[in-house]
Design a protein around this ligand. Structure first.
Ligand code: DON
Length: 576
């Protein structure tokens, strides 16, 4: 272990604490190796989605085809996390163009939405339940349009072939895993009142149990129709009419016109560099890319490979960094089509330098206000992970927001609709379901997209594909992705260990430093001494990563030990 030298200005109390707490290591999750393959690799949160993805790679599909096959399969086997009723972002590295692309298929506010829609008309008090449950919580879904567009631009195999594994899973059914059954059971009372949900997800008047087969016939037909007409019926035809009817029946305001008007948007990805490695992630309306770039730029100023891995000193610097990132997130970021944003400033090294100066090396001193990235703005204008054998990378983060989204079920389509409207600042200074505050910039306007934290991310090392990463977990996505990158680049661990290592999270408000329970008690005591308000939680975030070893030409994949996911490759060498 390393002791902190008195020469570096630390006080007596602090030195004593460091002497008392001699074990500055964390107990890492049981160690397991990443899986390894020769001809491409996918990592997804569900084994059946990984299987679908590898099938497509084996048939000669590219990274985008394989990621789409996984996304559609997840829409069947993981409807509580993501599905056709949600929205998503994708970041693609095209080996042929040597260029990164970012697709925005985020849900948007219906035309009838307004800043007052979640306020009590008489008292003006926030009505948080309205942005969470029921029709009013639903944003116009983007996932289907996003997948069609991603395939149109980059797909290699026919669209129908890519949807085929998902159709099969929906029609023939699949055995429910523990996670699905737990989440279903969590909504037991609400779902018991909806006979359409009961028909599909209940047996003998109780939710399906682990191991029982979930058959989704309506969903299978919906997927077949999408395979046939590339989303025409979903946005303009019969399927759209069913969505509108389900939303309206449960108090929502989405119209057929809202669905007709929905558009995906290609955006300029956020580029960052970290210790010579180049990366691209999602720009606004996701805060992910900008926040990851800002965090890594701040951390780059610290010699992390000289600081003991996973020590309290490291965690203190990490938390101080995240706190500054999230205060800026709340102040500046939102849908760029509605609010001008200092993206160039927030991602500049000089701006990060200015924020780093405010971080005390020893104690937690919360920042008083957001920084002013406009000063650093240049004057000019301006999770499924797959890497294939040709060096294309595709990272998709897709979501219905919280478990089963708004809980609004469209029976004819067999899908749940999102509650992503809750990602807006629904009332002045109101926090969302992730306790996350955002500023006036993220207020509701008709057609606007709510600010997200989803961060599909690709990185190159020495100009060659290196990492394809992403996570779920609301704001914890950002801090999880940053920790994966630091674990690999600074601490030199493999992709599985980088994902499984215990995490820390700080989002400025509430005043809390969240630590996973695997972080050892001596580190927690040390962080408390540094004046952090430490809150212990079991685990969070599910991350997926694929890594390419350029020297050996091997693909390594890892799915988070916290979930049931798997990684799988084409021409496998080692599986678990
Ligand atoms: O866009 C966002 O930031 C959230 N709607 C993401 C939701 C999420 O990751 C749920 N996972 N626990």
């Amino acid at each position: 272990m390393k002791f902190i030298s008195p020469k570096s200005g630390y006080n007596l109390q602090f030195i004593i604490c460091n002497l008392l707490f001699t074990f500055h290591t964390v107990s890492l999750a049981a160690y397991r190796l990443p899986v390894c393959a020769r001809a491409g690799m996918a990592a997804t949160p569900h084994p059946l989605a990984t299987e679908a993805s590898v099938q497509i790679l084996d048939k000669g599909g590219n990274a985008v085809d394989a990621a789409l096959a996984a996304a559609f399969a997840l829409s069947v086997v993981e409807q509580y996390h993501s599905g056709l009723g949600g929205g998503e972002f994708a970041v693609v590295w095209s080996a042929k163009d040597e260029k990164a692309y970012a697709l925005d298929a985020r849900e948007c506010a219906p035309a009838g939405a307004s800043a007052e829609m979640y306020l009590d008309p008489e008292t003006q008090n926030p009505l948080p339940d309205k942005s969470w449950r029921g029709g009013l919580a639903v944003g116009v879904p983007g996932s289907v349009a996003g997948r069609v567009e991603l395939h149109r631009r980059f797909g290699k195999l026919p669209f129908k072939e890519i949807l085929q594994p998902a159709v099969k899973l929906a029609r023939a059914g699949f055995p429910l895993d523990r996670y699905y059954a737990d989440r279903l059971n969590g909504q037991r009372d609400r779902f018991a009142n909806d006979s359409n949900i009961v028909k599909v997800f209940f047996r003998r008047n109780r939710p399906l149990e682990p191991g029982e087969i979930l058959v989704q016939t309506a969903l299978a037909s919906t997927l077949e129709q999408i395979a046939l007409d590339a989303g025409q019926a979903f946005y303009r035809g019969k399927q759209a009419a069913h969505i509108v009817a389900a939303v309206n029946k449960s108090g929502g305001i989405i119209t057929k016109q809202d669905l007709t008007d929905y558009k995906t948007i290609w955006r300029e990805p956020v580029k960052f560099t970290y210790r010579g490695i180049e990366g691209w992630s999602m720009p606004p309306p996701s805060s992910g890319g900008v926040c990851i770039a800002l965090a890594l730029n701040i951390l780059e100023g610290y010699p992390l490979n000289y600081i003991e891995n996973y020590s309290s000193e490291y965690y203190h610097l990490l938390a101080s960094t995240f706190e500054r990132v999230f205060i800026d997130r709340a102040e500046w970021l939102a849908d760029p089509d509605f609010v001008p944003q200092p993206i160039g400033g927030m991602t500049s090294k000089l701006y990060a330098d200015s924020l780093r100066k405010g971080i005390d090396k020893q104690f937690h001193i919360p920042p008083k206000s957001a920084g002013d990235p406009w000063l650093y703005e240049p004057i000019n204008t301006s999770h499924i992970s797959v890497i294939d054998h040709a060096g294309n990378m595709c990272a998709i983060t897709t979501s219905v927001n919280t478990a089963f989204g708004s809980l609004v079920f469209v029976p004819e389509l067999g899908i749940f609709l999102n509650n992503t409207m809750d990602d807006f600042a629904t009332a002045p200074s109101a926090a969302n379901q992730f306790d996350l505050a955002s500023g006036e910039v993220n207020g509701i306007t008709s057609g606007k997209r709510p600010l997200s934290s989803m961060s599909p991310t690709v990185l190159l090392k020495d100009g060659r594909p290196f990492l394809c990463l992403g996570s779920v977990g609301g704001p914890r996505i950002i801090t999880s992705v940053v920790q994966m990158i630091v674990n690999i680049v600074d601490f030199g661990v493999d992709i599985q260990a980088a994902i499984d290592a215990p995490r820390l999270h700080c989002q400025w408000k509430p005043d809390a430093l969240y630590v996973e329970s695997a972080i050892s008690p001596d580190i927690i005591s040390n962080l408390i001494l540094r004046k952090w308000n430490v809150v212990k939680e079991k685990t969070w975030s599910l991350s997926q990563g694929v890594m390419f070893d350029t020297e050996k030409s091997l693909f390594y994949g890892a799915s988070d030990a916290r979930g049931v996911g798997t990684a799988g490759g084409s021409a496998m060498i080692d599986s678990r």
